[in-house]
Structures are given as C-alpha cells and as structure tokens.
Design a protein around this ligand. Structure first.
Ligand SMILES: CC(C)(COP(=O)(O)OP(=O)(O)OC[C@H]1O[C@@H](n2cnc3c(N)ncnc32)[C@H](O)[C@@H]1OP(=O)(O)O)[C@@H](O)C(=O)NCCC(=O)NCCS
Length: 116
C-alpha cells in the first residue's frame, strides 16, 4: 500500500531516492528529501508490503489539478514484479480527480503505466 512519508522513514526514503539517476549526488539527494519535508506542494509516498520497497514523489500542480511524478523508484530486489505500476495505479485510485503526469526524468516509465 501507498503510505505518506514521515521523518522516521528518512533513511529508507534516501536509499530508495538514490536509485533515481538525478539523485546520485548526496548533497542533491539530501536537498530533495528536505524539499519533500518542507514544500507543501511536494508529496512523497512510500510503497509498503512487508517492508518499504518503493518510493513515489509528486509535485502538486494546483492550478492544473494535476500531480506531476518527479521521482519513482523500486528496491532492485523487487523490480520487474509490477511494484512500479502498482504505485502509479494506487496514486490514481487515491486521487481520482487528479491528472497524473510525468517530468522528463520519469516519463519513460510513466508512459508505460498509461493503462494502469
Ligand atoms: C523504473 C522502476 C521504478 C520500475 O519499477 P518496477 O517495479 O520494476 O516496474 P514494473 O515491474 O511495474 O514494470 C516493469 C516494466 O517497466 C519497464 N521499465 C523499467 N525501468 C524503466 C525505465 N527506466 N524506463 C522505461 N521503462 C522501464 C520494464 O522494462 C518493464 O516493462 P515491460 O512491462 O514492458 O516488461 C525501477 O526500475 C527503478 O526503480 N528504476 C530506478 C529509478 C529510475 O530510473 N526511475 C525513473 C524511471 S523513468
């Protein structure tokens, strides 16, 4: 299930976030997590099965009534099992009125989720 990020999940969130090609630099990674903690327009979700194995970060574009997916990652041991697609599907189910879009860094995968 998709759960909301909170500070107690910081380490696991940083680990998952570091799989994004844009977040390889530790300073950038820390700044990104901080942005999610402090910027009201940014929301971070984690995917929890037995453990937390995925991360999904969105920018809430109020004016467009849309969520732009900025970050998406799955623990490498759990890839190719549909977790990434399940996260996107759950986001759509949680926020049925929102349009879901991608940015240049997440589009290649999110485009595969159009039928999710
Ligand atoms: C992208 C990612 C979240 C997918 O998670 P996942 O749980 O393995 O995805 P699913 O099992 O739901 O879907 C697998 C499909 O996604 C495709 N896929 C995986 N990574 C992809 C990528 N970077 N770009 C496009 N498609 C990708 C697979 O080829 C597979 O396609 P198929 O269904 O046609 O065989 C995961 O590979 C990851 O964490 N990558 C590192 C972070 C990253 O690069 N994020 C940005 C992605 S654009």
């Amino acid at each position: 299930m998709l759960i909301r990020y909170k500070k107690t999940f910081e380490k696991i969130a940083m680990g998952l976030m570091s799989f994004m090609p844009t977040e390889k630099d530790i300073k950038k990674l820390q700044a990104t997590i901080k942005d999610y903690e402090t910027d009201d327009s940014m929301q971070l979700f984690l995917w929890k099965e037995e453990d937390i194995i995925g991360l999904l970060g969105v920018l809430n574009k109020e004016d467009e009534n849309s969520f732009e997916i900025q970050h998406i990652s799955v623990n490498p041991s759990h890839r190719h099992q549909g977790v990434g697609k399940k996260m996107v599907k759950s986001l759509k189910e949680l926020y049925p009125d929102k349009q879901i879009s991608a940015n240049e860094h997440t589009a290649p995968f999110i485009e595969k989720c159009e039928s999710c």
